[in-house]
Ligand binder design. Structure first.
Ligand code: GH3
Ligand code: MG
Length: 304
């Protein structure tokens, strides 16, 4: 987990009083990048675009008050991760409860005391960064640094349903290193781990289009989600990743297939519909992979 570094943070101040924005910016100038908005609508827009770590949100604003801005921030997936601290002139239990019920992590009372503002902001930035680091750990594979199977399962589910709505195709590549048991037996498990990382990097570099997701699916098996491709693009992709792994020129003296480490790739393509499931696409890619292995490895096979 990375150390807490306030300089990496971004803070959005939403307040209709420009003097208060100036004052808070001054108080927080050492805490990272400061963004500001003078009304709720503008604040929502900046939050969506910039995804700040922390939002200082004035309660008493018009036409949209802070509670409404907070509700919208929390209900939008693009902004829900930002922590919100209310800044309010109202003191008392009811106001405190209303702030926390609206989804804020804390509140600061006016008139603003610089030390209180700084202490609260520091605490919540630290918590926010710790949460982000934990989320990232839960989504990634510790050996290769790629997304893990858990993240991939969420991603394929979301992408499947999105492309079903738009009636667009979804491609999937299932990738498996050839004769990897022999590789481990020949070069040792640590070299095997290194080879997994090298293949992971090659796949990551080869997979650059927006929306594409590369993940480690299991031991020496990877998956790549390829939205909005056709059979030709998918086949080209399959060939390209086979070539890229061969081009690593990792010697594999006991492979029956090639002098260098190689992969086999199963490719599947569907236009998702309400009767089908992401698991069907995974099964299809798995069958294609089986055929690529049967046909001699170091190649792709596409099933439609
Ligand atoms: P095939 O060409 O049919 O895929 O043969 P294979 O030997 O690659 O397949 P098999 O499933 O028989 O063996 C996979 C090997 O991958 C066995 C296992 O020890 C190794 N493996 C799985 N995960 C890791 C890992 O994290 N690190 C290392 N070094 N080896 C791993
Ligand atoms: Mg294998």
């Amino acid at each position: 987990m990375s150390a807490y570094s306030p300089k990496d943070s971004s803070i959005l101040i939403i307040d209709d009083d420009i003097n208060l924005i100036r004052l808070m910016s001054q108080m927080l100038k050492d805490f990272g990048r400061i963004l500001f908005a003078t009304n709720g609508e503008m604040g929502l827009h900046i939050a969506q675009e910039q995804k700040p770590d922390l939002i200082l949100l004035d309660v008493e604003m018009a036409p949209m008050d802070g509670y409404e801005v907070c509700r919208r921030l929390k209900s939008d997936e693009a902004t829900s991760a930002s922590a919100i601290i209310f800044v309010t002139a109202k003191v008392g239990m009811e106001s405190e409860i209303a702030c926390l019920d609206a989804g804020a992590v804390d509140f600061i009372c006016k008139p603003l005391n610089p030390l209180v503002v700084q202490a609260r902001v520091r605490t919540h930035l630290r918590l926010q960064q710790n949460t982000a680091a934990l989320e990232s750990l839960a989504q990634h594979d510790s050996l290769s640094g790629l997304y893990n199977r858990r993240y991939f399962n969420m991603a394929i589910e979301a992408e499947y349903r999105r492309l079903q709505r738009h009636q667009l195709p979804l491609g999937l590549a299932m990738v498996d290193i050839d004769h990897f048991k022999k590789y481990n037996d020949t070069y040792g498990h640590i070299a095997g781990d290194g080879a997994i990382c090298a293949v992971a990097k090659a796949l990551e570099h080869a997979t650059k289009r927006p929306g594409e997701v590369v993940a480690r699916y299991g031991g020496e098996e990877f998956v790549v989600l390829l939205p909005q491709v056709d059979a030709e693009i998918l086949s080209q992709y399959g060939q390209m990743i086979c070539d890229k792994v061969q081009a690593l020129e990792l010697p594999h003296a006991t492979s029956d297939t090639s002098a260098w480490l190689s992969i086999s790739v199963g490719l599947a393509l569907v236009i998702p519909n309400s009767q089908s499931l992401p698991e069907d696409l995974i099964k299809q890619a798995d069958q294609a992979l089986y055929l690529a292995k049967q046909n001699g490895r170091n190649q792709y096979h596409l099933l439609r």
